[in-house]
Design a protein around this ligand. Structure first.
Ligand SMILES: [Zn+2]
Length: 445
């Protein structure tokens, strides 16, 4: 498999420049199509979207109209109050401060950063410094860190397993540094069984915190790691770059976890995502909107909104839909209710956790229809909309969080149902045949 990946990467690099430019322009054309039809994901039951409501307010100076929204200094509950950090969040670094993204088809740097509300001025600075950023490739990883006021602090781009480029903010621009790795890559199988927590058991087998984090992410849609039992077994195939006898960096190729007599698998495809043994996607799709009908957006997502009175940043972490009191509010995806209560600012609100990375919040409702701990399916009613808490008119305030960071609910790329098809699926199934026999469980433990 590595040979295939490397061969493809080399083939790209060896292309004459006009060809590379052409490939780059294809991405731009794809993006143009995506802009023209702004949503990549169309749940079949949803009507087509209204396009004029999705503009991201980039000037940061937007003054909120007092109608059907919240007062600008709304003290909404912090998500930390909603999700007490569990052992996994504590022990696996990068869960909250670094944001990771794997490039997929049609992505460009601007389409990726736009959904996180990152300033387009920063983006043009980045591209000025490094034009190669216009040519992201599927499967590459991008990660970034934001400042407290939501500006880009640092961006890292993993071009290949050998090269990582980092862009650090210096004033209004960025400084580029590049790192080349020259170790030898080898595959290693690590097996263990659960005693105590998964994180501590995985550490005992020699897995690093980052590696454990990638395992948890890969299996998040199948497995709640807090509910594993003592004696559950796991086997992990890592590709590691060994330099001076030490693992410099690594990539998870596949994982098998046996819990309650059942085997769960997640195996990496060439697009950098994880699929099950048959090539099906592991995440169930999300709906774009938490309601059946469409309603006007009365206030957009804006992480750098300024309070015109105090001059301080008062982020609007969600999107407001003006809607009549009593409108059913739906969970956008499968998940578990972690909060359903009344609070001062948010009124009656619900927080739902979907897998480990995604969380959605629904505020100002008149009536709650779910309880904490309850499992919900996509499309289930979580409450009836209202005007409770600090609200200046009947509306629903809706938030989407990815890796503990609020993102623009109208722009974010949400998990899709589709699995692999055609040639990608055939390649994947060939890989599965190689990977699965290596994922043996240790019977003696
Ligand atoms: Zn709002």
């Amino acid at each position: 498999m590595q040979q295939i990946v490397r061969a493809v990467a080399m083939a790209f690099n060896n292309l004459p420049r006009p060809h590379r430019v052409m490939l780059g322009s294809l991405t731009v054309v794809t993006l143009a199509v995506a802009v023209w039809r702004p949503y990549v994901y169309h749940p079949s039951e949803m009507p087509p979207v209204v396009q004029n409501t999705v503009e991201l307010d980039n000037d940061g100076q937007h003054i909120l109209l007092p109608e059907a929204s919240e007062p600008i200094d709304q003290p909404a509950p912090e998500p930390e109050d909603d999700t007490p950090a569990d052992e996994i969040d504590k022990d696996v670094p990068g869960a909250s401060d670094t944001h990771d993204y794997v490039v997929s088809t049609g992505d460009t740097l601007s389409s990726i950063l736009n959904q996180y509300g990152i300033d387009m001025a920063d983006l043009s600075q980045l591209v000025k410094i490094d034009k190669d950023l216009r040519n992201l490739r599927v499967g590459q990883q991008i990660s970034w860190v934001l400042t407290e006021d939501g500006r880009l602090q640092r961006l890292s781009w993993e071009l290949s397993r050998r090269e990582t480029r980092t862009y650090d903010r210096v004033g209004n621009s960025f400084k580029l540094s590049s790192e080349l790795q020259k170790g030898a890559w080898e595959n290693q199988v690590l097996t263990g069984s659960v005693k105590g927590s998964f994180v501590s058991s995985a550490r005992k087998t020699g897995l690093s915190s980052n590696e454990i984090g990638s395992i948890i992410k890969a299996l998040q849609w199948q497995m709640d790691f807090r509910k594993l039992h003592a004696g559950d077994k796991f086997s992990v195939l890592m590709s590691r770059e060994i330099l001076n006898g030490k693992s410099e960096q690594s990539q998870l190729l596949g994982v098998r976890l046996r819990s309650g007599g059942k085997d769960y698998y997640a195996i990496r495809a060439d697009d950098g995502k994880f699929y099950d043994r048959s090539g099906s996607g592991l995440a169930r799709g999300f709906m774009r909107f938490p309601m059946v009908k469409q309603f006007r957006v009365s206030s957009n997502f804006n992480p750098r909104r300024l309070n015109p009175v105090t001059g301080r940043v008062a982020p609007h972490r969600g999107v407001d839909f003006a809607m009549p009191i009593g409108t059913p509010v739906l969970s956008v995806g499968d998940g578990e209710v972690i909060v359903a209560k009344r609070s001062g600012g948010a009124g009656n609100y619900v927080t739902i956790r979907h897998g480990r990375q995604y969380m959605t919040r629904y505020m100002h409702m008149k009536k709650l229809l779910v309880k904490p701990g309850q499992k919900v399916k996509r499309g289930d009613r979580v409450g009836l909309s209202g005007n409770t808490g600090r609200s200046t008119g009947p509306h629903l305030h809706y938030e989407v969080w990815v890796n503990n960071q609020a993102v623009n609910p109208l722009m974010v790329k949400l998990p899709r149902t589709e699995g692999l098809t055609g040639k990608e699926r055939a390649n994947y199934l060939a890989q599965v045949k190689v990977v699965i026999p290596q994922l043996k469980l240790n019977q003696s433990q």
